[in-house]
Design a protein around this ligand. Structure first.
Ligand SMILES: Cc1ncc(COP(=O)(O)O)c(C=O)c1O
Length: 437
């Protein structure tokens, strides 16, 4: 059953000599070596060794319609035939902005960028300017891109966390400027009392609370009932901006984002990943009040490649497909995801540490060393990551690709037959792991 990965390995050895660590994003570093891929279509990926893999990685989320969706590729080709980039306006970006304003509850104004990290950076700047305050509340385990401003407490170890009532700000990277985290207040997530206490302590100095509305990057944890509304109320009370980082949840948990799904409207939000079906486009979205300063040129936002023809065409086409027929494609993704989540969770009869949770279009799977609820980052540390690594390798040997840290993404291209295949592969991997070697 063991597959060969020799060609990938050889390319990795060659890549390391020119490409730093052999990859272009640190998230692609993998043990024993990253895989090299050749082609992708629907739910399938082919690597350079000719292995065909059923893909639940979906390029870390963007491929919501599956790989190489023909209507998206046609739209891209059509746009390309008219040029790539004008450094000027074009009609399609207005159509896309209008579509987003109709679909996303908080969207009174839009700006396009290329990546999620940039968009997060921009909305924090906008929030500071509008509120004339400095401090930002960020939650343990949440990821808001790799820029200095938010590169703290992304995945701290148990030793680094500090007291839950007053968590440490743990730098996530070397090279951060001294003091770059001084404005950050790091809190445990899903605990509205902790947020209230922080507002009492720093009363007039908190510009914004930024949160993934579902803590997708660690454990795929949904907000506790009332938590998002609680954040909304506190921010209203203290004139702080509520920012939803919808880079993963956007178009996935609901076409209108987590804000439409949970019925809580933030002041500002960022969208990316699924918006472009694999092309680099992100959107800063929010209330007009926050965009006034961009319109008056008091807050600067720019980007040479912003809203280029090709990315906008991909986004228009992706969003049109998700919205058509009363969002039928999106409903199908949700149903597929929830079915897969439930069928995988049922495999806990094989291994009682096996635990699956999340809303469905994305969810998390792993092995809990100690039972109990997973509601915040500190709970995520109970997952046995080494054991999950063995599970991931077992799935790969059975032709299934998943993300190593436990997040699963489902697309419109996954059918009942694909679910049967992955559930069989997961069951046989779990059984094999029970057998003493
Ligand atoms: C919630 C969240 N915010 C921001 C980002 C950064 O987006 P990008 O990788 O496009 O810069 C990511 C990326 O995974 C993310 O998951």
């Amino acid at each position: 059953m063991k597959r060969s990965y020799d060609t990938s390995k050889a390319w990795y050895e060659r890549a390391k000599k020119s490409l730093s660590a052999g990859v272009s994003s640190q998230f692609r570093v993998a043990k024993p070596h990253p895989m090299f891929y050749e082609r992708a279509e629907g739910p399938w990926l082919w690597d350079v060794d000719g292995n065909k893999l059923l893909d639940f990685t979906l390029a870390q989320g963007p491929m919501i319609l599956g790989h190489s969706e023909p209507r998206v590729l046609d739209a891209i080709q059509d746009a390309m035939s008219r040029g790539q980039l004008f450094a000027g306006q074009h009609e399609q970006e207005v159509l896309l902005a209008e579509m987003l304003c109709e679909t996303i509850p908080s969207a009174e104004r839009i700006r396009f960028s290329s990546t999620g990290s940039e968009a997060d950076h921009a909305v924090i700047r906008m929030a500071r300017h509008a509120t004339k305050k400095q401090k930002i509340i960020k939650f343990e385990g949440h990821y808001h891109g790799w820029f200095d401003e938010v590169a703290y407490s992304v995945n701290p170890t148990a030793d680094q966390l500090g007291d839950r009532a007053n968590p440490n700000r743990v730098p996530w990277s070397g090279g951060l400027p001294d003091g770059s985290g001084d404005h950050l207040i790091v809190l445990p997530w899903n605990d509205i009392d902790a947020v209230e206490r922080a507002f009492v302590r720093h009363r007039d100095d908190i510009a914004a609370v930024i949160t993934e509305p579902v803590m997708c990057n660690q454990g795929c944890i949904e907000p506790q009932p009332g938590f998002l509304q609680g954040l909304r109320n506190i921010c209203d009370e203290h004139d702080a901006a509520l920012i939803f980082d919808e880079i993963i949840t956007g178009f996935r948990i609901n076409v209108g984002g987590a804000q439409r799904h949970y019925g809580v409207t933030p002041d500002l939000a960022v969208f990316g990943k699924a918006l472009g079906s694999g092309l680099p486009i992100s959107a800063l979205v929010g209330k007009a009040r926050y965009f006034d300063a961009i319109e008056s040129n008091d807050v600067f936002h720019a980007g040479t490649l912003n809203s280029n023809n090709i990315c906008v065409a991909a986004a228009l086409s992706t969003l049109s497909i998700l919205l058509e027929n009363d969002e039928a494609t999106h409903h199908q993704i949700v149903k597929t995801g929830q079915t897969l989540r439930d069928r995988l969770q049922a495999l806990s009869t094989i291994d009682n540490q096996w635990h699956v949770q999340g809303p469905g279009p994305m969810f998390h799977a792993g092995f809990l060393k100690e039972p109990g609820p997973v509601r915040e980052y500190r709970d995520v540390l109970r997952y046995d990551t080494e054991k999950y690594g063995r599970f991931v390798r077992g799935l790969a040997d059975r032709g299934v690709r998943v993300i190593g840290r436990g997040l699963w993404y489902v697309s419109a291209a996954h059918t009942a037959e694909h679910l049967d295949q992955v559930v069989d592969a997961a069951a046989s991997t779990l059984k094999e792991m029970q057998t003493p070697s």
